[in-house]
Design a binder for this molecule. Structure first.
Ligand code: F6P
Length: 255
């Protein structure tokens, strides 16, 4: 019955939380891989948790991807946060404008009545061009906000999938995977010990900032991402994850 189900979920949440050694785990019943509409429920629950900790005056960094787009779309906008600033955690990825962090930041910013800044920088640029761009006053301002992030909300990807989605040259994909990358978040590829083995040449959140953020909320659906999230959870134990039930069981199976 319902009571048992609720008890079961809260036990599962605690087991995952203890296994990963992180702050909090929120689980949506069901299996995303059998029912893709669960992504919406996971994202919505992520949005609720985010609003429950958001304080006006906070700086919020957000990444791109389809999960974060659902997050933005499901966010309630009934309370206004006019002292809050929303920024993308990284420059844009690929050609899909809708799922780029800039677009997601604009949706969230408007809904919350918050200030928001965009990062008009492609993800892959030459090193020199990148250096020059990061000195531009507007870009510098945004980057300074990112360093002061109070809440980071981000999606997680499998390393192999993200390397392919980003249409990296085959040689580069092979290099990333041969270095043991299992997970990707905000442009960094992590091995199973949570070490960065590869990073995109782009501007945005750096490892130091990620390590020190007090509230970082990873939202993802799909047991295929269990290894990725396990790796990334080793970087900062202030992490909160919001996911589906099947992914939670999968995390418990990982050695
Ligand atoms: O490309 C941005 C990004 O947040 C990646 O860092 C992450 O791996 C991916 O999107 C997650 O995408 P999705 O939510 O579509 O699975």
């Amino acid at each position: 019955d319902l009571m048992n189900e609720v008890m079961g979920l809260s036990k599962l949440q605690n087991r995952v939380k203890e296994k990963l050694g992180i702050k909090k785990v929120i689980i949506i019943p069901g299996n995303y891989e059998k029912n893709e509409s669960l992504l919406k429920d996971v994202a919505k629950q992520g949005a609720e948790y985010f609003l429950s900790i958001l304080k006006d005056t906070n700086i919020v960094s957000i990444t791109g991807g389809s999960t974060m787009l659902e997050f933005a779309n499901s966010l309630r906008g009934d309370k206004k946060y006019n002292q809050t600033t929303i920024v993308p955690a990284r420059g844009g990825v690929g050609k899909d404008v809708e799922t780029q962090a800039n677009n997601i930041v604009a949706i969230v910013g408007k809904k919350l009545g918050a200030h928001y800044k965009l990062l008009h920088i492609p993800d892959e640029l030459g090193v020199e061009a990148m250096k020059t761009l990061s000195l531009e006053p507007e870009i510098k301002k945004t980057l300074n906000y990112i360093v002061d992030t109070d809440i980071l909300v981000f999606g997680i990807g499998r390393a192999d999938e993200m390397a392919t989605r980003r249409k990296l040259p085959k040689k580069q994909v092979e290099e990333i995977l041969s270095k043991g990358a299992v997970g990707e978040a905000f442009g960094y590829y992590f091995n199973k010990d949570g070490e960065i083995v590869y990073e995109l040449n782009t501007v945005g959140i750096n490892l130091e900032t990620f390590k020190s953020v007090k509230n970082n909320i990873a939202i993802f659906a799909g047991a295929s991402k269990a290894e990725a999230v396990t790796a990334i959870s080793k970087v900062n134990d202030n992490m909160v994850i919001v996911t589906d039930e099947e992914s939670a069981y999968k995390i418990l199976e990982i050695n």
